[in-house]
Design a protein around this ligand. Structure first.
Ligand SMILES: C[C@H](NC(=O)[C@@H](N)CCCCN)C(=O)O
Length: 447
């Protein structure tokens, strides 16, 4: 179909747009569920299969190594195959990865499974973004992105909640991973339904053309401003702290704080649950008042004491919590407050940080800017768990020696300090003459 013929067609109706959004979001739900299904079985792999913390960290990092490699070529696949085929292909890769990880407790197989997951999951996120741009461009695009991310985070929370609603499966390490494979199959089904939907509507509605994927080319990166690189720095240390902490959190709460798996799962789920609810609200607030770099600095400052608190502060009284789908539990006040604070930071920083790039980088370089940011993010997320695993092993962390987890927590604190330094540098740059308007609601200094 020529561009002129496409423009003569009507834009998709709201019902058609929302159907596309739901299908793509279910595919993302499956993606995030599989990613986070590994954390709740860490203790079982250690106890039943004799995995060391070093091996667990390597498995976790294999995702990011694959992500770094695939981010360099993922855009080409999407361009060549089109979003509807690409999204299905990547969802099938996630399904194969989930099945491989569930199939056997051989270290090399698990490593390969997690690597395969990185090859499928990261370009699936890129393809999902391209799909939303196609259907929602000029119509509630930010809101659609927000809903998509909230449904994806529901996948993360559900993986944590599975320690409650699927507790009989946790008699062994394998069954929870088969459940994750089932969820990945639901994701593939959603991706295929999306393929059918788009194919049926082709020639009947004007789906326009998502902007050609602005590929990641290393030449030209020097042209990005210092403010962009400060945001990238914050992105790296922020996610390299939060994602590895989440990966080890359920095991950590069990071993170092004596919680049972269900309670540890519920506590860990507070992070994505808070983000589901609060991220869009922070987004709306910041759009209204601006002050983006200040908000990032405040988020970084709030994160700084949390890992020290969780290590050294007295647990305080037990508090009853209730979470839908997971049930109720008694959790120590200190852990509850720390997780709520971290949930707040996990809502605030992503809500402000990702959109801020759009104010700093020219529109035609945005794709490359986001790809570079994600690539750097994944390098950090690959390296930090290896370091934390090394600390845990070297200091013999375990239920008999909870103090052995402290060096890992100090490492997270050091990263949070680095995040504060990056956001302070950004705030300083954005308060001076070369500012990009991050501090203004409109993104521009009022005349
Ligand atoms: C928006 C952001 N997404 C990412 O950082 C992805 N590159 C990695 C997602 C890993 C799966 N849980 C986010 O989730 O905040």
């Amino acid at each position: 179909m020529t561009d002129t013929t496409a423009h003569a067609l009507p834009r998709p109706s709201p019902a058609q747009r929302w159907l596309a959004l739901i299908l793509v979001s279910v595919a993302m739900f499956g993606n995030y569920y599989v990613y986070d299904a590994f954390g709740p079985v860490v203790d079982l792999l250690r106890e039943q299969e004799g995995f060391s913390y070093d091996q667990i960290s390597m498995i976790f990092s294999a995702y990011s190594v694959a992500a770094v490699l695939v981010l360099l070529v993922g855009g080409y696949v999407i361009d060549r195959w089109g979003t509807k085929r690409a999204i299905t292909l990547f969802a099938v890769i996630c399904l194969a990865a989930a099945a491989l990880m569930a199939s056997t407790a051989r270290f090399e197989t698990m490593l390969a499974g997690r690597f395969l997951l990185g090859l499928g999951a990261e370009p699936l996120i890129v393809a999902a973004t391209a799909v939303l741009a196609k259907w929602f461009k000029g119509k509630e695009l930010s809101f659609a992105f927000g809903i998509n991310l909230s449904i994806a985070r529901l996948g993360s929370a559900s993986a944590d909640w599975s320690t409650s609603f699927a507790s009989p499966l946790y008699a062994n390490w394998q069954d929870p991973l088969w459940l994750a494979t089932g969820v990945a199959a639901v994701g593939v089904t959603a991706a295929m339904l999306y393929w059918t939907t788009e194919s049926r509507l082709e020639g009947r509605v004007n789906l326009g053309q998502a902007d050609a994927t602005d590929r990641l080319e290393l030449k030209g990166m020097y042209a990005f401003s210092a403010s962009y690189w400060y945001i990238v720095g914050l992105c790296v240390v922020f996610y390299a702290t939060v994602f590895p902490f989440r990966a080890f959190a359920i095991d950590y709460f069990q071993q170092a704080h004596g919680l049972d798996r269900e309670t540890a799962g519920m506590l860990s789920s507070l992070l994505p649950v808070a983000a589901i609810v609060v991220t869009p609200l922070f987004g709306l607030w910041v759009d209204r008042v601006g002050r983006r770099s200040l908000f990032m600095a405040v988020g970084s400052l709030a994160m700084l004491p949390l890992f020290v608190l969780v290590t050294y502060a007295p647990p305080g009284p037990d508090i009853g919590i209730w979470i839908p789908f997971a049930g109720s539990a008694q959790v120590p006040l200190t852990l509850l407050l720390v997780m709520l604070m971290l949930g707040g930071v996990f809502s605030l920083i992503p809500a402000v940080m990702w959109p801020s790039v759009a104010y700093i980088v020219r529109e035609n370089r945005l794709g490359a800017a986001y790809s570079m940011m994600t690539l750097c993010q994944q390098i950090g997320v690959a390296l930090v768990p290896l370091a934390v695993g090394r600390f845990n092993t070297a200091f013999a962390a375990g239920p008999g020696n909870p103090a052995g987890y402290a060096p890992g927590m100090w490492f997270y604190t050091a990263l949070a300090g680095l995040g504060l330094a990056f956001s302070w540098l950004l705030w300083r740059a954005e308060s001076g003459p070369g500012a990009h308007g991050l501090e203004y609601s409109s993104g521009r200094k009022p005349e």
